[in-house]
Ligand binder design. Structure first.
Ligand code: GAR
Length: 209
């Protein structure tokens, strides 16, 4: 756990898609000299992820690691771990990364992997959260930022924000409004981590003021 006393916090950002969260982290953290946070590497499991172009534009090192290139998921995880160590990143930030890690990776980075999920967990975990939210008919949804544990979207919750579901919403419109909140919460949580303000006690995360 970062104590907040070290010079700069280096983070690894893992992506699979468009990378709007990555873009926010580049603008609000990486390119702000006062943030004390550097994106040391961006890793994608998909060669065509637009997030890679965003990283390259900001001169951040990128790597593509595809599951198909490995015999099993332990080896895939090990390659990602090797790259994280190579770039000396301390915190692993999942920003739309759609692969699950095996338990050894989660244990190695216990309380050092964070994820952003577009629902109020524990509602609607998994791969189609916004579609599931609309299909269920809930009136409020939102964003959850949490530490990653061995389960699917089950780790200790750091913070959440609420977003109302409108009768007129489709998946794209709802996801867009959720992302507005994601882009506020995610940089804030990484700053808290860098300042040593996050304390995990069992399932609870306390944000020290
Ligand atoms: C984000 O909305 C994030 O919450 C979601 O993927 C999107 C990635 O968007 N993550 C998950 O669903 C993880 N289970 P982005 O590529 O534009 O940042």
């Amino acid at each position: 756990m970062h104590t907040g006393k070290e010079s700069k916090l280096k983070i690894a950002v893992l992506v699979s898609g468009s990378g709007t969260n990555l873009q926010t982290l580049i603008g609000q953290l990486h390119q702000d000299e006062t943030s004390g946070i550097e994106i040391a590497v961006v890793i994608s499991d998909r060669p065509k992820a637009y997030a890679l172009a965003r990283a390259e534009r900001a001169s951040i090192p990128t790597h593509v690691v595809k599951t198909q290139d490995f015999e099993n998921r332990l080896d895939f995880d090990a390659e990602i771990s090797r790259l994280i160590e190579h770039h000396t990143a301390e915190l692993v930030v999942l920003a739309g990364f759609m692969k699950l890690f095996q338990p050894p990776f989660v244990r190695k980075y216990r309380n050092r992997i964070i994820n952003v999920h577009p629902t109020l967990l524990p509602a609607f975990p998994g791969a189609h959260p916004v579609a599931d939210t609309l299909a269920y008919g809930v009136k409020f949804t939102g964003v959850t930022v949490h530490f990653v544990d061995e389960g699917v979207d089950t780790g200790p919750i750091i913070t959440q924000a609420v977003v109302p579901v409108l009768d007129t919403d489709d998946e794209a419109s709802l996801h867009n409004r959720i992302q507005v909140e994601e882009h506020k919460l995610y940089p804030q949580v990484i700053k808290w981590y860098a300042e040593g303000k996050l304390k995990v006690k069992g399932r609870k995360v306390i944000v020290k003021q």
